[in-house]
Design a protein around this ligand. Structure first.
Ligand SMILES: [Cu+2]
Length: 276
């Protein structure tokens, strides 16, 4: 019996951090979305490391507790020791937690700096949060600018692969294998740009420009949502990103320059609002 229990705990410990489904969002999904950027890969590795460390600590503490219960209960140990100090023991239980914290802190801080910014961005995209939609601009490409709204339930077309609460009318297209600087701000209240597959979650704050970056490793459609309670339609301002090859991106740029030229009205009104 105990062997089966031990085996199932070991199996769960092995499988839990690795359980993840294909990229995107699955019903009843358990575990992370597949990593689609080096940041997300490192975050997942860090998570796994922490998970195994936690398993080690739980096993150690539970084992010690069990040992003490069995070895030092009133029956097996009727004459309790009157000892109040044990210097070697005190050193051990101070040093081991310090080592554990160092094991966590060093890669954690390294990762924090890695996520912060890319040193040599190849392109920039600016994301602005509004109540309740997102605005995107590509300052490197003749200021392509557009707003992106969620597609309402009644208009969702599953034949086009659209997903309820996640698909948007204007999809953000980005090239893969490119260091993309992402500048994030908001116009009205605080929003938060969250893209699990890229390991991104960054606040969009009015009057402040936050920065992060992504290097998308594989083509596909990625979804995100606003992650800061921003009002009545907070749940209805998804982010939809289509990652394509560099050639396809060039092609899209040509189309986008024409398509979003019609948006000059809304773009210029955004600019006016931003300079106010
Ligand atoms: Cu929001």
């Amino acid at each position: 019996m105990s062997k089966i229990l031990y085996l199932s705990i070991a199996l769960a410990a092995y499988l839990l951090p690795t359980l993840a489904f294909a990229s995107g969002v699955e019903p009843y999904q358990f575990g992370f979305q597949d990593a689609a950027s080096p940041v997300a890969e490192r975050l997942h590795d860090f998570y796994s490391m922490l998970f195994y460390l936690c398993v080690f600590i739980v096993v150690l503490v539970a084992g010690l507790l069990l040992f003490i219960i069995l070895r030092f209960n009133a029956k097996t140990n009727p004459e309790p020791s009157k000892r109040t100090h044990n210097t070697p023991l005190e050193i051990i239980w101070t040093v081991i937690p310090v080592i554990i914290i160092t094991i966590i802190a060093v890669p954690s801080i390294k990762l924090l700096y890695y996520m912060d910014r890319t040193e040599a961005p190849e392109m920039t995209i600016k994301v602005t949060g509004y109540q309740w939609y997102w605005g995107y601009s590509y300052p490197d490409y003749e200021n392509i600018e557009f707003l992106s709204y969620m597609i309402e339930d009644k208009d969702i077309d599953p034949s086009k692969g659209q997903q309820r609460l996640l698909s948007t009318d204007n999809v953000v297209v980005l090239p893969i294998n490119t260091n993309i600087q992402i500048l994030v701000t908001a116009e009205d209240v605080i929003h938060s740009l969250a893209l699990p597959a890229f390991g991104i979650k960054i606040d969009a704050i009015p009057g402040r420009l936050n920065e992060t970056w992504v290097r998308i490793t594989k083509p596909g459609t990625y979804y995100g949502q606003c992650s800061e309670l921003c009002g009545a339609r907070h749940a209805y301002m998804p982010i939809e990103i289509k990652a394509v090859t560099e050639e396809e991106f060039e092609q899209w740029l040509n189309e986008a320059k024409e398509k979003y030229a019609l948006n000059t009205m809304s773009s210029s009104s955004i600019q006016i609002a931003q300079t106010q």
